[in-house]
Write a new protein. Structure first.
Length: 151
């Protein structure tokens, strides 16, 4: 494996470990219906996300491209979504946001692992096709398991 592939493999292992720890904690599922969010909710989320992105852009030269790239997508929006869910509805919905994100990241990590492993040997089209298929299968499997656990 090349250096970038080995880093991707390590990240995939971290995602698997996170998933297993999450499963060990048990599931919290609240079927209570939530009140509709206030009118300011979406604009406030947009403004918060924009402020964080601008801050991260300013810090990018000091953080470097690798750390900036790691912080930009998931920790940033997961923090915003979980914080707003917690503020508006309490801890259970915030945990649900993070659990759903973690389950989605598992398929996301597998997509990029397969893509990185296949893009040079088989070409772009086949690599993206295989990566998409693997991600869809893992996401479907995660959804299936979640449905069985929550019944």
């Amino acid at each position: 494996m090349t250096g970038s592939n080995s880093r991707l493999w390590i990240q995939c292992q971290v995602e698997v470990g996170d998933r297993l720890r999450l499963d060990a904690l048990g599931c919290i599922h609240d079927n209570a219906s939530a009140d509709p969010p206030p009118q300011w909710d979406i604009p406030a989320r947009m403004a918060t996300a924009t402020a964080f992105v601008l801050l991260l852009t300013e810090l990018a030269p000091a953080l470097g491209p690798y750390l900036t790239g790691l912080l930009a997508p998931f920790p940033l929006y997961a923090t915003i979504l979980a914080a707003f869910a917690h503020h508006l509805q309490g801890p259970s919905p915030a945990i649900g946001v993070l659990r759903g994100l973690l389950l989605g990241l598992f398929a996301f990590a597998s997509f990029f692992l397969v893509l990185a492993a296949l893009i040079e040997p088989v070409g772009i089209a086949l690599a993206f096709g295989a990566a998409t298929l693997v991600a869809l299968m893992l996401q479907g499997g995660s959804f299936w398991v979640l449905q069985r656990v929550w019944k």
